[in-house]
Design a protein around this ligand. Structure first.
Ligand SMILES: [Zn+2]
Length: 158
């Protein structure tokens, strides 16, 4: 399968509507994997190597840490990118080439062995990264479509 087909198949498997909320998407992924997703901001993250987000596969949950951004859209894109890795099953190989040892003190509860993926803006070269970003874009468009739909409804009928 090429990247487009992989992404299309992943979307189809999630059984999402054309327009979705961020929460509904989170629940759909949690349901598919049978485990919880925890999303937290780690303010210090952006100070290391231009990192946007980290994805951990812990024993009982998937954990996403994202850098702070003043733009909600940016933050959402960081998170959707990591969602995409989860959805696409990029779980088993260690895709990070970043040295995260500088973050050790910030991540006391997370053993190095469960660390899995780091997203930096400069990373979008490998096939998995391109697929993840492509899926993230599609998800973002559907979430925005849903937000726009709500807005126009309010303007017309409110
Ligand atoms: Zn990535």
């Amino acid at each position: 399968m090429n990247i487009d087909q992989t992404v299309a198949a992943a979307i189809a498997a999630l059984n999402l509507g054309e327009h979705i909320s961020f929460d509904a998407l989170t629940q759909a992924i949690e349901h598919q994997r049978g485990r919880r997703i925890q999303v937290s901001e780690l303010k210090e993250l952006g100070e290391y190597d231009g990192l946007c987000a980290l994805l951990f596969y812990a024993q009982d949950r998937d954990l996403i840490l994202h850098a702070h951004s003043d733009s909600q859209l940016h933050t959402q894109q960081f998170i959707l990118h990591e969602f995409a890795h989860i959805i696409l099953g990029h779980c088993d190989d260690d895709g990070t080439s970043h040295d995260l040892s500088a973050l050790d003190g910030l991540l006391p509860d997370i053993p190095a062995s469960v660390r899995s993926r780091a997203l930096a803006r400069s990373d979008l070269t490998s096939e998995q990264e391109i697929a993840a970003e492509s899926l993230a874009d599609i998800l973002a468009a559907r979430i925005r479509g849903s937000a726009f739909a709500d807005t126009s409804y309010t303007e017309i009928f409110g």
